[in-house]
Design a protein around this ligand. Sequence first.
Ligand code: HXC
Length: 260
Amino acid sequence: MGYENLQVERKDGVAVVTVSRPKKLNALNTKTIDEIDAIFTALASDDEVRGVVVTGAGEKAFVAGADIEELAGLDAESGRALSERGHRVFDRIEWLGKPVVAAINGFALGGGCELALACHVRLASENASLGTPEVKLGLMCGYGGTQRLPRLVGRGAALEILLTGGRVGAEEALRLGLVNRVVPLEQLLPEAEALVREMIANGPLALRATLEAVHGGLDRPLAEAQEGEAQLFGELCASSDAGEGTSAFLEKRAPRFRGR
Ligand code: HXC
């Protein structure tokens, strides 16, 4: 399928999804949200793809937010619907069942920051600048930011970002745990891809179960979440990948995982 506002490149098990509306700093209009929905739906069932990198076109912006032109005409009902649609699409990224790494190559503001938060791991270029400036528009985060940001960096740091609407540079984002690494811009995509490749060298069922345990468990009481972990661990033990992984270690050879 062709996309108007996304570039998608599949290479040896990794898909690189680039949000591409360069004249609007890759802002997320309805069409782009629809296309993100479509590509992540497709990637979920594409067995050839085992990990994903999400980035923005150009050297200035990852994604500068939701498209403000579209926000201008919203009322209570359409605003709520826009937010709920975004939640469903970004949840699809978080629940892909395969590692998704954001390569933040510049401004990641508002919905762009929220897109990065829905990814599993975030790498930033030195020129990256993150924030949630919605309050400056008289609005607030609506694509999960009020929930994912405090879960990632803690309530105090999140509230400073959310309530000031100010921007956080790459080094500050690293200090806060908002991003995992900062690298020069030209190394961002190679490093993000290498990180995904390191992950997908592991058993795909093990990765899927780990993602499910973390995302499904963090919002539950510890005992209940650990029950979920035990259930997933048990299921993995019955997989042929677990047999292969443990045998390979004992036989001092590299494992050949098949995702079964
Ligand atoms: C629509 C946008 C845009 C956006 C940039 N542009 N961000 N258009 N929506 N979010 C457009 C500009 O209007 C301009 O178009 C072109 O991209 C280049 O941007 P400039 O502003 O000229 O660039 P610069 O001066 O370098 O400033 C960069 C910037 C600034 C600091 C990133 O563009 C900016 O503040 N953008 C808005 C950031 C923001 O508020 N994001 C949150 C949106 S609300 P023209 O045609 O003039 O060249 C949101 C809500 C999510 O995300 C939740 C929804 C439920």
